[in-house]
Write a protein that binds this ligand. Structure first.
Ligand code: BG6
Length: 286
């Protein structure tokens, strides 16, 4: 049987053979493979492909709210639970659009169009979000591209580029701390919101000597998350394996703790994330 229940998805391909898969459900990217065919994104073996449930792994889109930074009760908003429509598609690129349903407008009384353009390039994946306020009142939102990176093993992976950046450790409280080390490593549960980070961050996998370089535009913040043992166990009754924290980490390009974006009626906003695969050796030489 098909674990994805026949849900509709698009398969995109670059000239050199990198691929990406995008579900219409949530405009959710669940796979990005490099030119050599190596999967770069983590999807849980227990992921449930049954709308309106969000898919565990890949790149869920948190909108119109990241976490609880907004008026909605539902963590991370509703875009990841919603059916998008395909507006345009070529072999390497697709644009999907979401307009809120009547039910969603009751919870979040703002008309908008959220467009997600996904493009796969050679060893590269790009996602461009565009939000247009199609209503008569200001539209405030926070958002995140909640990327689950596949890594060989959590003790051989780290996030680079955050040294000196202010952050909130959501497991500890609301104080704003400063990141001391250049490498963010994982030895316990991590759930931190970094505020106004550099536009380039790196997910380094020493296991396979590769790096994914994250470039963010108009997405000032970054959430770094790994559920570790206890939280994985708690989640494992649902859609996450108890030991899967060992093979994933999330870095989420976001508009979060630095403050919501507010769009005047008719106004638009665009944000972008580009992921590029490189060899660790190559990066050290540059
Ligand atoms: C992260 C949050 O962005 O998403 C975590 O910082 C949260 O606190 C995680 O646990 C997963 O959220 P969800 O709603 O997909 O289970």
């Amino acid at each position: 049987t098909d674990p994805s229940n026949g849900l509709k998805k698009l398969v995109l391909k670059s000239a050199q053979g990198s691929t990406a898969e995008v579900y219409l459900h949530g405009a959710h990217v669940t796979s990005w493979k490099s030119n050599s065919g190596e999967e770069q994104l983590f999807v849980s073996k227990k992921a449930v492909f049954r709308p309106p449930k969000a898919i565990r792994g890949g790149i869920p889109i948190c909108f119109p709210q990241f976490g609880h930074l907004g008026p909605l009760e539902q963590q991370h908003g509703f875009a990841r639970n919603s059916p998008f429509e395909v507006e345009a598609a070529t072999s390497a690129s697709a644009t999907l659009v979401l307009r809120p349903s009547a039910e969603q407008l009751e919870l979040f009384p703002h008309s908008f169009e959220l467009r997600v353009k996904v493009t796969v390039g050679d060893d590269e994946l790009q996602q461009e979000l565009t939000v247009q306020n199609t209503g008569a009142d200001p539209l405030p939102f926070t958002t995140a591209l909640h990327t689950y990176f596949a890594i060989t093993s959590i003790d051989k992976a780290y996030v680079a580029g955050l040294q000196g950046v202010p952050y909130i450790d959501t497991l500890k409280g609301r104080d704003v701390l400063t990141q001391q080390q250049e490498q963010v490593r994982f030895q316990q549960e991590v759930d931190c919101i970094y505020i106004n980070t550099p536009s380039e961050l790196k997910v380094v996998d020493e296991g396979r000597q590769e790096v994914v370089v994250i470039r963010k535009e108009a997405l000032p913040d970054a959430i770094v998350w790994n559920p570790w043992v206890a939280k994985s166990k708690a989640m494992s009754s649902g859609d996450f394996g108890y030991d899967e924290f060992e093979s994933m980490l999330c870095v989420e390009a976001a508009v979060a703790a630095s403050g919501a974006v507010t769009l005047a009626p008719g106004e638009s906003w665009a944000g972008k994330q580009t992921l590029r695969l490189a060899k660790l050796e190559q990066l050290k030489r540059n």
